[in-house]
Design a protein around this ligand. Structure first.
Ligand SMILES: [Mg+2]
Length: 163
């Protein structure tokens, strides 16, 4: 305990999910704000438990889930038809992993595409920001195995599978 700091006394509060959480000291906020905070604690706890349960795997969109032949402006309509087996793949993935779609395309456009093509229920989140994951599935990926020279060599004639 640092000198001059009194131990925080605080109080215990029960959450809607029936947990008990300790609020340190006097939060000096309204009851409504305090209720919000306690609700957030339930959510945060659920998220932590979910993450503990299942490791995350990220899946790219274009060239992985669709029949991609190249970028199309405003191509989220019919230009990117679903790849055969993509839904079954996501379903199998989702049974063991938390599934994130990681793409530079607007997440909302991908979410609409997933729902339209019956894949929305197998995806936990769609993001542009790389989340921590145990693996990244991408048609443009080169696996770094500790050898920079190897990566430079692979880059020389790198082509995605659909080229
Ligand atoms: Mg791609």
């Amino acid at each position: 305990m640092p000198k001059g700091r009194k131990p925080a006394r605080g109080f215990w509060a029960s959450t809607p999910a029936g947990r008990y959480v300790h609020i340190s000291g006097d939060p000096g906020m309204s009851q409504a704000m305090l209720d919000k905070l306690i609700n957030l604690m339930d959510k945060a706890y659920d998220q932590v438990v979910e993450h503990m349960d299942k490791p995350t795997v990220c899946v790219d969109f274009n060239g992985c889930l669709d029949l991609y032949t190249g970028w199309v402006k405003d191509g989220m309509g019919t230009e990117y038809p679903p790849r055969e087996g993509a839904a079954e793949f996501l379903e199998a993935l989702h049974s063991k992993y938390k599934v994130f779609i990681l793409s530079s395309i607007q997440p909302m456009d991908i979410q609409v595409w997933l729902d339209k093509n019956g894949m929305g229920q197998w995806v936990d989140d769609v993001t542009k920001i790389k989340p921590p994951a145990i693996a990244y599935i991408d048609d443009r990926g080169i696996t770094f195995k500790g050898d920079f020279g190897d990566v430079l060599r692979q880059l020389e004639d790198f082509k995605p599978h659909w080229r």
